[in-house]
Design a protein around this ligand. Sequence first.
Ligand SMILES: NC(=O)c1ccc[n+]([C@@H]2O[C@H](COP(=O)([O-])OP(=O)(O)OC[C@H]3O[C@@H](n4cnc5c(N)ncnc54)[C@H](O)[C@@H]3O)[C@@H](O)[C@H]2O)c1
Length: 374
Amino acid sequence: MIEVPPSAGVPSGVPAGDPVVSTLFRSDQGGHEQVVLCQDRESGLKAVIAIHSTALGPALGGTRFHAYAGAADPEQAAVLDALNLARGMSYKNALAGLDHGGGKAVIIGDPEQIKTEALLRAYGRFVASLGGRYVTACDVGTYVQDMDVIAEECRWTTGRSPENGGAGDSSVLTAFGVYQGMRAAAQRLWGAPTLRDRLVGVAGVGKVGRHLVEHLVRDGARVVLTDVREESVREVLAAHSGAPVTAVADTAALIRTEGLDVYAPCALGGALNDETVPALTAKAVCGAANNQLAHPGVEKDLDERGILYAPDYVVNAGGVIQVADELHGFDFARAKAKASKIFDATTAIFERAATDGVPPAVAADRLAEQRMGL
Ligand SMILES: NC(=O)c1ccc[n+]([C@@H]2O[C@H](COP(=O)([O-])OP(=O)(O)OC[C@H]3O[C@@H](n4cnc5c(N)ncnc54)[C@H](O)[C@@H]3O)[C@@H](O)[C@H]2O)c1
């Protein structure tokens, strides 16, 4: 009998319990359908395309272009990020009422250094090779002009420029959707779906934040805002001179504003954390920023403080609703009608949270899993 050494057949260098593999195959950590690693030596493309689920339709989610320079192993960090982001898209698309599953891609590298037409085209050919199982769009580091290039090679591309049949800037409907979520929170807290006479704090008046301020002013709300970019603050204040719109120095001051009714994080992720939640004066949180909860458990802290949290991925789905609509020939009115349903989706989450006795973030996940049949 030939004795087989314990390592037979195992290539050297494969760590035990590889986090990518376990995230991919273990349903409690991800349970993804497919992950594709892509390389084009000529253009320098290295990318990962992660498809979490196609249960509701083709996986839809953006392409992130990022270097992960601070990570010990940037390539592994990129793959894990793609896996996590793809899973998030399944939940987001499910609750947005879209017939799309979740997917996401990451092109590894600094876009400032390596983004070329050849690289984007090579990437487009890889997406095309999936035959429509994954539909791509913009994310951090990619823009409508990039989608125009990718679309030259791949018909499963959305988020293109209007000149190329696309819907263009998605922040208009993202802000509209956040406003619908906020109306749902107002209905739940104060019995009417309006922000009239309420004080709303908007942190970050970039593309989405400034459109949100417009909705709020039109609704009769009072707004206090902040942004690290002083010019943005000046522009938004000037656009609403005569309206009850004021500014404070920073987010730390904004969240402590006396009489604040709603806090709308519209800048970066991690806005709700161990420092900010105890300091919040608002009775509700509803904003556009992705990944607002800094770590698991923050949703419980909000709940214990009696602060109503409208889950970020539900209320900021206007953008994905827009790019999904583009796949059928963009119709702004149709996309807006769909984004207005974010009001109903947010209401359903608050109701489920009350029935199940769980925070809204947990109720949202449960409702999404129900729709996906998980
Ligand atoms: N644009 C969309 O369609 C869309 C869709 C879904 C989610 N989001 C999320 O919404 C958020 C805003 O998106 P955007 O497109 O408006 O981005 P943006 O870059 O145009 O705006 C972000 C703004 O936040 C400001 N900012 C950054 N750090 C800040 C800080 N510490 N305090 C105060 N202000 C700060 C920036 O100066 C900028 O004006 C992001 O988290 C984004 O991921 C956007």
